[in-house]
Design a protein around this ligand. Structure first.
Ligand code: SME
Length: 140
């Protein structure tokens, strides 16, 4: 929060959070943002890790489910999630947090891991509060 305090540019904040979360969460194999670029489309934004898919439709995958419902998606075993998108076929678990600002779904924060059950509810809640705070006044 201190590092991005006063910054309003959404990409600058996303890039900085991707970097800091990557340094903080050693279980992550991918950490970053998909930005809403159309009515029902996400495009990859700042991230760290293995190469991600470039575009994700709202109807597809864990990120799409998060964008559609605006609810946290905590998936301990992606093989049990119908329609999971395997950008990296070593991915075993995933956490996706919605970024809502000004009443609009602006982006999702996506964390993937090569380990099963790598993220928990406490981390999910903490990340939700973090993105609510740091993007509250951001320009997208
Ligand atoms: N696994 C995600 C796609 C994004 S990447 O893995 C970086 C999904 O199903 O939404």
């Amino acid at each position: 929060r201190a590092v991005v305090a006063g910054e309003r540019d959404a990409v600058a904040i996303q890039a900085t959070l991707a970097c800091l979360l990557w340094e903080t969460l050693p279980q992550a194999s991918w950490c970053g943002f998909y930005r809403r670029v159309g009515e029902r489309t996400l495009a990859v934004g700042p991230y760290q890790g293995t190469m991600g898919c470039l575009r994700i439709d709202f109807e597809r995958g864990v990120c799409g489910a998060c964008a559609r419902t605006r609810e946290i998606q905590l998936v301990p075993d992606v093989s049990l999630f119908p329609g999971h998108i395997a950008c990296d076929d070593r991915t075993r678990s995933e956490l996706v947090v919605p970024v809502v600002s000004g009443g609009e779904l602006r982006a999702v924060l996506d964390l993937d891991s090569h380990h099963l059950d790598a993220f928990d509810r406490a981390e999910a809640a903490l990340l939700q509060r973090l993105v609510e705070d740091v993007f509250a006044d951001a320009s997208f």
